[in-house]
Design a protein around this ligand. Sequence first.
Ligand SMILES: Cc1cc2nc3c(=O)[nH]c(=O)nc-3n(C[C@H](O)[C@H](O)[C@H](O)COP(=O)(O)O)c2cc1C
Length: 160
Amino acid sequence: MKSLIICKSIHVGNTEKIAKRMAKVLDADVIEPKETEINSLKEFDLIGFGSGIYSYKHHGSLLNLADKLPDLHGKKVFVFSTSGVIMNKFHDDLKQKLERKNAVIVDEFFCKGFNKNSFLKYIGGMNKGRPNEKDFKSAEAFVMKIKEEVEKDIKSGMQS
Ligand SMILES: Cc1cc2nc3c(=O)[nH]c(=O)nc-3n(C[C@H](O)[C@H](O)[C@H](O)COP(=O)(O)O)c2cc1C
C-alpha cells in the first residue's frame, strides 16, 4: 500500500517528530503542504494530514491545501495534531474541508506538544518533553491499526 503524510510543524517541530514516526510504520514520505502535488494524490491508498494547532486550528497552509484538493472520491485519510491542550474541536475545520472533498476520515490522532508560545516562554513552557516516547508509541500504534485495515480492504478489493 502507498501512503503519504502531509505535515506542517512551525513552532518547535513537535508535529514533525510525530509525523516521522508514523511515516516509518507506513513507509511513507513526509512532505509539506506547499510541496504537495494535488493531482498526484490519487496514487496513494492513505494520506495523513497534520500540523500543530495554532489559535484553535491546524496551520493555515494545511487548511488552504485542503480547500484546493480535487475530489478525493472516497480516499482514506487521517488527521493528526499536536497542541498545548487537547480539544476535539481543533480538528473540525480540517475534517470539514476534507469531507467536502469526499475523503473518508478513517481516524484522528491528538497529542500534547511542548508549547512555549507567548507568555509561556517566561515560565519554561508547558508540556515539557512532549511528545515523549509514550506519545511516539501511541502514534505508531495508531497508524499500524489503520495500515492493517487499509491492507485488508485492498486485499478484499474494496479499495479503489
Ligand atoms: C502561534 C501559536 C498558537 C498556538 N495556539 C494554540 C491553541 O490555540 N491551542 C493549543 O492547545 N495550543 C496552541 N499552541 C501550541 C501548539 O499547538 C503546540 O506547541 C504544538 O505542539 C506545536 O507544534 P509544532 O512544534 O509542530 O509547530 C500554539 C502555538 C503557537 C506557536
